[in-house]
Design a protein around this ligand. Structure first.
Ligand SMILES: C[S@@+](CC[C@H](N)C(=O)[O-])C[C@H]1O[C@@H](n2cnc3c(N)ncnc32)[C@H](O)[C@@H]1O
Length: 278
């Protein structure tokens, strides 16, 4: 898996563009709509951020998307710097900050595999929904260790393996749905049609294998790479860190309407992990 392929995917499909229509003539109203959507769907994010002390901390955020969380960290007092693989995300984040007159230290385009910041310069590295898209994760965590101060903290959100989404929706329901569509010879439009096309392109059984099917069911059917995590896997992939605490949030298992179920702590899709350098 080449990083260039991953960069190309995220540059063409910035996080959230599939949910909120982009308006290049009026970024202010786009960001307003995007943030309203994000923090209505995933209201718990703000509650989690409120539990973390960002005030006067030097924070590096890795993987910026539309910059919504970046704005939240700055508003919570972080001395914020950011890094994203794609020029599109970096441009949008700069646009957001300019429109909203937000103060920050730096925003750079680059990879977590080669972080363009000095050794031991951050109190917190924050990365939401990003590191599960990095195949060379052990190299990434070594780079994060390098830029963190020795008493610094890494805070990540990774997709949870022990979740209703992974264990039932993706592993069972969506595979059966695809089998049905494929067998019926139906070629629907949109996302489902892309899954059928993927299955024809790669071969049905190969496409349905979990180490392949998973990418196509987290961030759209063209997403080249995702991994899901339990705590043991986090410890294996972040060997230079020790886990301080972890918790799950966000009941999400599309197409099932499960957002209302009070089971997020047990079966939520978002696994938050706080780690410290060993
Ligand atoms: C799923 S989006 C999440 C963005 C944002 N944190 C959010 O929650 O909306 C993943 C982001 O990580 C970036 N990304 C992916 N691989 C990266 C890497 N190796 N280094 C830095 N950023 C990366 C992508 O360009 C994209 O903006």
């Amino acid at each position: 898996m080449q990083e260039a392929e991953i960069k190309d995917f995220w540059n063409r499909n910035p996080c959230g563009d599939a949910q909120v229509e982009l308006n290049r003539q009026d970024f202010e109203s786009f960001f307003k709509k995007y943030d309203a959507f994000r923090y209505k769907e995933e209201a718990y994010i703000l509650q989690c951020l409120d539990q973390i002390s960002f005030t006067d901390k030097r924070v590096l955020e890795i993987g910026l998307g539309q910059g919504a969380d970046a704005e939240q960290l700055i508003r919570r007092g972080a001395r914020w710097s950011g890094l994203d693989l794609t020029p599109e995300s970096v441009a949008r984040v700069k646009k957001r900050f300019a429109l909203r007159k937000l103060t920050y230290e730096a925003v750079k385009q680059g990879s977590v595999l080669e972080i363009p910041f000095e050794d031991a310069s951050f109190d917190i590295v924050f990365s939401f929904g990003v590191l599960h898209h990095v195949p060379e994760i052990k190299k990434a965590q070594r780079e994060i260790l390098r830029v963190l101060k020795p008493d610094g903290e890494l805070i990540v959100m990774l997709y949870a393996k022990r979740s209703l989404n992974y264990l039932f929706s993706i592993s069972v329901l969506r595979r059966l749905g695809l089998l049905g569509l494929y067998a019926s010879g139906c070629r629907p439009s949109g996302v489902y049609g892309q899954h059928v096309a993927n299955a024809h392109g790669q071969g049905l059984w190969r496409y349905l294998q979990m180490n392949n099917f998973i990418h196509r069911n987290t961030d759209g059917p063209l997403n080249p790479y995702s991994k899901v995590y339990d705590i043991a896997e986090v410890q294996r992939d972040f060997p230079d860190f020790r886990i301080v605490r972890s918790y799950k949030r966000f009941m999400h298992a599309p197409p099932l309407p499960v957002g209302w179920l009070p089971l997020a702590k047990a079966l939520g899709w978002h696994l938050w992990v706080h780690l410290r350098p060993r």
